[in-house]
Design a protein around this ligand. Structure first.
Ligand code: ADP
Ligand code: TYD
Length: 218
């Protein structure tokens, strides 16, 4: 984990996040990486956001189900960050301290993208996201795997899989395209990112992801 705060000193594990637009194949690849690393003898904790701890899963239901206009953008930022703080305290930090590999399906970059650039509110919300992150979370993954796919493909995959958590999937292809561009731009500025082409069969993608993770573990 980068930028370890004092209470994280001595954490020995590796912290990996998966990011990308809805339907990009993050969950599939996070699961496949966990299985591959376990087969190689690593102890892996596979988790997700929003969620990953009991309190954060409660917040997940509040934020992903129900009326899409229920929360203001600012309240949404607070809810996602509150969920992340609980996830960090209860799940991520203890697992890293035990020396495990933590793989999370989404982390703070999702808030930077989804809350930071949504609704045309521009830089102000992004600044708010980064500010709150610095104060309340203060850590970044060692490796962020960005599964990159075009918005139309991602959208059709996400719609095909639609369930109760429709909140953000209803945003449509145009917003997903902006999100994709935002993720790619962020990846250019942050060395922790590995951008992986998600428009291939799952096994080929998984081989690339595993090679990237093993390079970090070495
Ligand atoms: P995400 O977590 O990014 O939303 P998922 O892993 O849940 O994406 O995948 C979304 C849908 O697309 C699922 O139905 C999944 O089976 C399918 N899928 C995942 N990876 C691929 C792939 N490489 N090619 C085709 N379909 C895929
Ligand atoms: P997820 O279950 O990963 O959805 P998907 O599998 O479709 O990618 O995440 C649920 C939704 O929550 C997703 O549309 C993105 C959104 N989200 C945010 O808006 N902000 C956040 O900080 C996080 C973690 C997720």
């Amino acid at each position: 984990m980068r930028n370890r705060p004092p209470d994280m000193a001595g954490a020995r594990g590796l912290f990996i996040s998966f990011e990308g637009i809805d339907g990009s194949g993050k969950s599939t690849q996070a699961r496949m990486l966990a299985e591959a690393l376990r087969a190689l003898g690593h102890t892996v904790h596979l988790t997700r956001e929003p969620g990953g701890s009991a309190g954060a899963e409660d917040i997940r239901r509040l934020v992903l189900e129900g009326d899409p206009d229920r929360w203001s953008p600012e309240t949404e930022i607070l809810l996602f960050t509150a969920a992340r703080r609980d996830h960090l305290e209860k799940t991520i930090r203890p697992a890293l301290a035990r020396g495990e590999v933590v793989i999370t399906d989404r982390f703070a970059d999702s808030t930077r993208m989804y809350q930071g650039i949504r609704r045309g509110s521009g830089t102000d919300l992004r600044v708010m996201v980064d500010d709150l992150h610095a104060r309340m979370i203060g850590v970044e993954p060692d490796l962020t795997v960005l599964i990159d796919i075009d918005a139309a493909t991602g959208h059709s995959r996400a719609v095909a899989r639609a369930g109760a958590e429709q909140r953000f999937e209803d945003m449509g292809s145009e917003m997903q395209a902006r999100m994709r561009d935002g993720f790619l731009a962020l990846a250019q500025t942050e060395p922790r990112f590995a951008v992986i082409n998600g428009a291939r069969d799952p096994e080929t993608i998984a081989a690339d992801v595993l090679a990237t993770a093993l390079a970090k573990l070495a």
